[in-house]
Design a protein around this ligand. Structure first.
Ligand code: PAF
Length: 282
């Protein structure tokens, strides 16, 4: 496994793989590699012969008051996990490599950026779209893998790729969960024991939504209230949103119209977590 920091080195390694006739796969990450990321690597290996993982804590997707400074970083462990997983190339650029002096071009995916996460993190998706587009330009992958855990992110990236004719296939892989249901997230490392327990309320509220839809409840406002109520019943949990939306457009629904996705975001202690579940499916 090669580890490179320079764009020219990525291009050279990718060009060599192409000359060998390999399809190129890409897994963008911000590091703190966990089983969720490794499941993306495995899927990427199924889809391509040469897998590039990027590890870059992207400053432009953090607002000034967010956790950029304290975001968990564990490069040596990350590299060991990537090596063990059989990754071919890890790209670990520094900030000036991605955002050189004078950088002023950003991508905004208009509608999807504004709702849900966008209401609480107005500049977040502009940073995500911009860095992912840059990574696609640098690596020029045939396929890129993202987790369903960041549901709105994958919807935004799929929209951007379609709108800008970026020649990459986007694969979305299922959320990886702990045995008790907690969705894996690098931010779970912030949680203390009580918060870790309270954080289960996010996936529980999604399961409640699924159960109510399966039981035939058609008033989705009522189900949203149940989801929020469940989150609020935990002292450490402060919900930001709890909703049911069209799985493609992410527009909030008032009556069941599959495919639907339930989405939640909440602060657990000081840690902001998100989760989602496609609901009401056979
Ligand atoms: O999902 C993430 O880890 C990040 O948002 C991504 C896609 C790597 C862009 O920085």
């Amino acid at each position: 496994m090669r580890v490179v920091e320079a764009i020219a080195d990525v291009r050279e390694a990718v060009a060599a793989a192409r000359r060998r006739g390999e399809r190129i796969g890409c897994v963008p990450t911000m590091g703190t590699v966990h089983a969720g990321h490794l499941s993306l690597v495995t899927e990427c290996q199924r889809q391509s012969g040469f897998v590039v993982v990027s590890i870059f804590v992207n400053p432009t997707q953090f607002a000034p008051h967010e956790d950029l400074g304290t975001y968990p970083r564990s490069l040596e462990e990350d590299l060991a996990k990537c090596r063990a997983a059989g990754v071919d190339l890890v790209f670990t650029p520094n900030v000036p490599t991605i955002y050189p002096d004078g950088f002023e071009t950003f991508i905004t995916v208009e509608r999807i950026s504004q709702m849900l996460e966008g209401e609480h993190r107005p500049t977040h998706f502009r940073g995500v779209a911009t860095v992912v587009a840059k990574l696609f330009n640098i690596v020029q992958p045939d396929v890129a893998c993202f987790g369903q855990k960041d549901y709105q992110q994958q919807a935004l990236i799929r929209r951007m790729v379609r709108d800008l004719d970026i020649p990459v296939e986007i694969m979305v892989c299922p959320t990886v969960r702990e045995e008790d249901g907690l969705a894996l997230s690098s931010r779970n490392t912030y949680l203390n024991t009580e918060e870790r327990q309270a954080a289960l309320s996010l996936c529980e509220s999604l399961q409640l939504a699924d159960q109510h839809v399966r039981d035939g409840e058609t008033d989705l406002a009522k189900i949203r209230a149940v989801m929020r109520g469940h989150l609020e019943s935990h002292a450490d949990v402060e919900p930001e949103y709890a909703t049911i939306a069209d799985a493609d457009t992410l527009k909030e629904l008032n009556e069941p119209r599959p495919p639907m996705v339930a989405l939640v975001a909440a602060k657990v202690g000081k840690t902001r977590l998100i989760d989602n579940l496609v609901i009401g499916e056979e």
